[in-house]
Structures are given as structure tokens and as C-alpha cells.
Design a protein around this ligand. Structure first.
Ligand SMILES: C[S@@+](CC[C@H](N)C(=O)[O-])C[C@H]1O[C@@H](n2cnc3c(N)ncnc32)[C@H](O)[C@@H]1O
Length: 236
């Protein structure tokens, strides 16, 4: 999961990052300045870097298990280190992390579908035990449309210099146990002539917002859906 296609990750996830940014702007004023912001499954670091630059937060832990994602994150970090140097990249699986009480916010952007039910419940239990009552948890779920889009749909089309970069949904397969597998095609063309193609696979559990909210509730966390793909939660 998340290998060579990371080369195009920021380009092909441009729209979802734009949406995330709007919600983050609304949530960050609710976050205590002192404490650690956890960016779980930080990817290429869009969120960590954005909040480091735009908001006053003491520390950010960007937790990311894919080395390819971390390479992208670390190279982008070069531009921000000189300013605040408050992002620590942690190269581990989130389930290895021991949470502490000094967490000021938890972001799970585009990552919950990678966890199975046991993993999610393990995480909710830990967060429910450790977080202070005023610590927000923001969860972004996969947009429902991904479960219905037709093969061949162009999801993104971005021009980068002379090249055009398209993200195309190639096929979707049900894998059982609520798990879906998508194959996406990244097509790089110049003057309408394809120069390079790359297929990558993504697996995601089809878990709806209501189900996540019910799971959280079992562990003393109250979640509300704040828009189509986002849940904001606090410990009870
Ligand atoms: C769809 S990407 C989202 C990246 C970023 N949060 C964003 O919104 O652009 C999901 C990320 O979660 C990471 N991830 C998945 N499972 C993880 C785990 N158990 N621990 C840490 N990172 C994980 C993946 O490697 C990937 O970078």
C-alpha cells in the first residue's frame, strides 16, 4: 500500500486536500495551543505542514508507516523546519503508539478505512482513556461516491507544466468482509499522447459515518457528522 504512486499523491489528491483545508480552518481555533497534535496516517504531510505554518501549536506528531509517504513528507519538511521546527515524523504503525494525556488534537484524515474493526476499536479505546474532554478528534471518511463511480471515470485532471496528469478509476472489486479494492490508473500525457501509465491498488473498508459514530460511543467518545465525509468527536 502506498508505494511508487506516492510520486503523484499530492497531485491526484488535490481536491480532497482543498476540502480538508476548509474543515481544518474551522477546527484549529478549537485546539489548545499547548500539547501535541497527532496527525495519524500523515501521508505526504499536507495537514501537519499546513497547521504548523498557519496555526499556533506547540508540537505536531506526523505518524506515517509508509516509507514512500515519509520520503515525500520529509522532503517537504525542509521548507518549514527553519520556521518553527515543531513537526516530528514518527515512522511507525499507529497501533504501536502509547498515547499520553498531553494531546491537544487528533486528526485521522483518509485513514480509518485502512483499519479493520478490531484496530479501530483498539484505537477508540486508547483515545477514550487518554484524551482530555476538550481534545477534538477529526475523522475524514472516504466519500460515498467512491463506492458508486463507474469504471473509466476521470477523478482528477491536473496540468503540471507540459504534462497532463489524470487519475482514472479503473475497476472496483468487493473483497468480502465489507472490504473494497479499487484499481486506479494514473495517466501522464503530453499533447494528448500518453507518456507513462501507472496502476495502483487501494483497499478500503466500507464503513459509514454512523457506524464509526456508534463505535466511538462504545468507548466513551461522542462523535457528530459535521459534513458528508467528516466526523468531529470528543470524549464524553
Ligand atoms: C489516504 S492516505 C491519507 C494521507 C493524509 N492523511 C491525507 O489526508 O492526505 C492514508 C495514509 O495512512 C497511512 N496509514 C495507513 N495505516 C496506517 C497505520 N496503521 N499507521 C500509520 N499510518 C497508516 C498510509 O500509509 C497513508 O499514508
Amino acid at each position: 500500500m502506498y508505494g511508487a504512486e506516492v510520486e503523484f499523491y499530492d497531485i491526484t489528491s488535490r481536491n480532497s486536500w482543498k476540502q480538508d483545508k476548509k474543515i481544518i480552518d474551522e477546527i484549529m481555533p478549537l485546539v489548545r495551543k499547548k500539547g501535541i497534535v497527532f496527525d495519524i496516517g500523515a501521508g505526504t504531510g499536507n495537514l501537519s505542514i499546513y497547521i504548523s505554518e498557519m496555526f499556533d501549536c506547540e508540537k505536531i506528531y506526523a505518524i506515517e508507516k509508509s516509507p514512500e509517504m515519509r520520503i515525500a513528507l520529509m522532503s517537504k519538511l525542509q521548507n518549514v523546519i527553519a520556521k518553527k521546527n515543531n513537526i516530528t515524523v514518527i515512522d511507525t504503525n499507529i497501533f504501536e503508539i502509547e498515547f499520553t494525556k498531553d494531546i491537544s488534537a487528533v486528526f485521522l484524515m483518509g485513514v480509518v478505512g485502512h483499519f479493520n474493526m478490531h484496530e479501530r476499536e483498539f484505537l477508540w479505546q486508547n483515545l477514550g482513556e487518554k484524551l482530555e474532554k476538550d481534545t477534538p478528534i477529526l475523522i475524514s471518511n472516504l466519500s460515498r461516491e467512491y463506492f458508486y463511480i463507474k469504471n473509466g471515470t476521470v477523478l482528477e485532471n491536473v496540468r503540471v507544466g507540459d504534462y497532463e496528469c489524470e487519475l482514472i478509476m479503473r475497476e472496483k472489486k468487493y473483497m468480502g468482509k465489507n472490504k473494497f479494492q479499487w484499481k486506479f490508473l494514473i495517466n501522464i500525457s503530453r499533447d494528448k499522447v500518453s507518456q507513462r501509465q501507472m496502476v495502483y491498488t487501494l483497499e478500503w473498508e466500507n464503513i459509514d459515518n454512523e457506524c464509526i459514530i456508534n463505535e466511538l460511543y462504545k468507548f466513551g467518545i461522542k462523535g457528530i457528522q459535521i459534513s458528508n465525509n467528516y466526523i468531529l468527536a470528543y470524549r464524553n
